[in-house]
Design a protein around this ligand. Structure first.
Ligand SMILES: Nc1ncnc2c1ncn2[C@@H]1O[C@H](COP(=O)(O)OP(=O)(O)OP(=O)(O)O)[C@@H](O)[C@H]1O
Ligand SMILES: [Mg+2]
Length: 286
């Protein structure tokens, strides 16, 4: 399909009846033409199989796309996003079923090394978590580990470039040797973003990256997300529907482990197809 036609994708008029609450099959288009990541039938269990947190979820993350993941607390957003760089592997008793392709290669294949995978698919958490190191070393650490820099000059250049891109350089350039933990919350979160992009990832996962930030710091991060999208694919979990509409092109609505609805963000918020989505966006749930 060429872009002339996709641009015209009209929001369907509300002539349809909403899909009833007890129907838990995903409605909407799960796949995109140019996926960066493709998830097929992902189920996640905790407590060695005792609890099922995600139930056969399939969706694509497009190239140069921001996809927002929304839904009530406990519906599995963090669990799902952690599957995308195998962070759930670190949780005792957690089991993931299904397939997730990154550029066509299943990241759950036996021959996949999670260390380079997590450099390709970086993550930014809800609570900024700088290392107990200097601002400089927070950014330089991973590129050194991954052998992306070999000299002092190269390292300095990469640290500066990453901090500039994260919109933090001007605020920290005179204090690079001070601890990262001494920055404000919003600055720490931008430091964590600089750290994530320093290894030149292809996908960035963000789990409620702005929930602890004020509106000004939030606006800076949202602008940054829009800029990063030019080069990366981004999946962001958010409880703010305003944020989802501002930053994302597609939105996925989760409910109790099921992917209920997925589609263009505007359509999800203005004209959802499922009763559960409608209830959530109008404030009747969560
Ligand atoms: N480490 C864990 N061990 C056992 N159960 C877990 C673990 N982490 C999450 N769960 C369970 O999995 C389900 C989904 O949790 P998850 O944290 O993914 O939800 P969420 O949508 O991110 O919620 P929130 O919006 O509150 O962050 C919940 O029932 C939760 O209790
Ligand atoms: Mg969560």
């Amino acid at each position: 399909m060429d872009s002339k036609h996709t641009d015209k994708t009209a929001i369907p008029k509300r002539s349809h009846r909403l899909v009833p609450k007890d129907n838990r099959n995903t409605v909407g288009e799960k796949q995109v033409e140019n996926p960066k990541m493709r998830c097929e039938e992902i189920s996640v269990f905790y407590d060695n199989g005792g609890t099922k947190a995600i139930n056969a979820v399939s969706l694509d993350i497009g190239t140069n796309e921001v996809i927002a993941m929304i839904g009530p607390s406990g519906c599995g957003k963090s669990t799902f996003i952690r599957c995308l760089n195998r962070m759930n592997d670190t949780i005792e008793g957690c089991k993931v079923e299904g397939r997730i392709y990154l550029d066509g290669k299943n990241i759950y294949d036996k021959d996949v090394d999670v260390v380079p995978l997590r450099a390709r698919v970086g993550m930014v958490f809800q609570k900024p978590n700088p290392f107990p190191k200097s601002i400089f070393d927070n950014v330089a650490y991973a590129p050194r580990i991954h052998g992306l820099v070999t000299s002092k000059g190269e390292t300095e250049e990469l640290v500066e470039k990453s901090l500039v891109r994260a919109g933090l350089w001007n605020e920290v350039k005179d204090r690079l040797n001070q601890p990262g933990t001494g920055l404000s919350g919003g600055q720490q979160q931008r430091l964590c973003i600089a750290r994530a992009i320093a290894v030149n990832p292809e996908v960035i996962l963000m789990d409620e990256p702005c929930s602890a930030l004020d509106p000004i710091a939030t606006a800076i991060i949202e602008e940054l997300i829009e800029e990063l999208r030019q080069e990366y694919a981004i999946a962001i979990v958010t409880h703010s529907m305003q944020q989802a509409s501002r930053v994302s092109q597609r939105t996925a609505y989760f409910h109790l482990g099921d992917l209920i609805e997925i589609g263009p963000t505007e359509q999800i918020f203005l004209n959802p197809l499922h009763q559960l989505t409608q209830d959530y966006i109008t404030g009747r749930f969560g």
